[in-house]
Design a protein around this ligand. Structure first.
Ligand code: SF4
Length: 341
């Protein structure tokens, strides 16, 4: 079993079931999340017998790094990990001087089938457990600690649809957020979803401080359905209704992601049409020229068209930024994760 699948209260239950004092659970928790120990041998504050029992029953590091690629500018690193059942996932670390953003996975593969996404092209394998999600962060936290750094932001934007694996994703965030452990601020997490309305409402009801990004990508249902098949089930207005509910419940600003694809969704007409739909919604549009994948013929929009798209939105009162593409040379950009390193 994986120790990161347990939260502090379940470690306390474990301590009680094993007839050891409750404070041992806290020591285990602090060893994992404050000291970032990777081996039971490092838990020297625990009695040897307890360490042996823990080692016999629980694994700390379930992720075996099998390949790592570094972008030519040295700022983006993609690591492929093998899981216990031989499936693979990928994590991307993006560095900006002393800031480090981790882009982690919530599933092996993905069931959503977005046509421009390499993960979608590989299909769904399985949900990751909460511990497997936590372990991705801890792996990099240990690595960064050697340089005196910590992750500064975590985006759940790697492989998978986090709202399709809602319970495990939120449990992982809660575990990493716990003030007695890793204490990673809720506002420094961002969850990116294709937009599953029931889950957006649930997320709103939980009033979490975690940032929410919705992959919108198109202003009309025909265009969006041609890119995101899930749109046939949940059309744009249904998603936007849930988004309005989210902002009314939380008062928090949403981000809409927009992969700009040449002559598909990058026209001034698309910008004007989506501006009408988003009017009055507390939001921001994050546009990024499409990252290439072998399974999709669409091309990235030009810089000029991207800036025109942005100015059309801004003219209509919708804030928009055009992001730089990162890590494309190692297929670590958004939508490029498919374990082909
Ligand atoms: S873009 Fe996200 S939701 Fe769509 S197929 Fe890729 S991983 Fe899944």
């Amino acid at each position: 079993m994986l120790i990161y699948d347990h939260d502090l209260s379940s470690l306390e239950e474990l301590a009680s079931a094993w007839n050891v004092p409750g404070y041992r659970a806290t020591q285990i928790w602090e060893g994992l999340y404050q000291h970032l120990y990777a081996s039971w041998e490092d838990f020297t504050a625990l009695p040897a017998a307890l360490r042996s029992r823990l080692a016999a029953e629980f694994e700390i590091s379930p992720l075996v790094p099998v390949a790592r690629l570094d972008s030519s500018d040295g700022q983006t690193h993609k690591t492929a990990f093998r899981l216990a059942d031989e499936l693979q996932i990928e994590v991307v670390a993006m560095r900006y001087t002393r800031r480090v953003t981790l882009c982690i996975s919530s599933q092996a593969g993905c069931a959503m089938g977005c046509v421009f996404c390499a993960t979608g092209q590989m299909g769904f394998k399985r949900h990751l457990t909460s511990g497997e999600i936590v372990a991705q962060v801890m792996y990099f936290a240990r690595e960064l600690k050697l340089e005196g750094l910590k992750p500064t932001n975590i985006v759940v934007m790697g492989m998978g649809e986090p709202f399709h694996n809602y319970t495990n994703t939120m449990a992982a965030i809660d575990r990493l957020n716990n003030a007695k452990g890793f204490s990673f601020g809720a506002r420094r997490f961002t969850i990116s979803t294709v937009g599953l309305p029931a889950m957006i409402r649930r997320f709103a009801d939980e009033k979490r401080q975690v940032n929410l990004a919705i992959s919108l990508h198109a202003a009309d249902d025909a265009t969006r359905s041609s890119m995101l098949p899930i749109n046939k089930k949940y059309p744009i207005e249904e998603i936007l209704d849930a988004c309005r509910y989210y902002t009314s419940q939380t008062g928090r600003r949403l981000t809409f992601e927009w992969a700009l694809i040449d002559n598909v969704n990058d026209s001034p007409e698309q910008a004007r049409a989506v501006a009408v739909r988003l009017r009055g919604l507390l939001c921001h549009v994050n546009a990024i020229p499409l990252n290439p994948t072998t399974g999709y013929a669409g091309k990235a929009t030009t810089r000029q068209r991207a800036l025109l798209f942005k100015s059309e939105l801004e003219r209509a009162g919708i804030p928009c930024s055009v992001r730089l593409r990162r890590g494309i040379d190692i297929a670590a950009g958004c939508g490029q994760l498919a374990v082909d390193v």
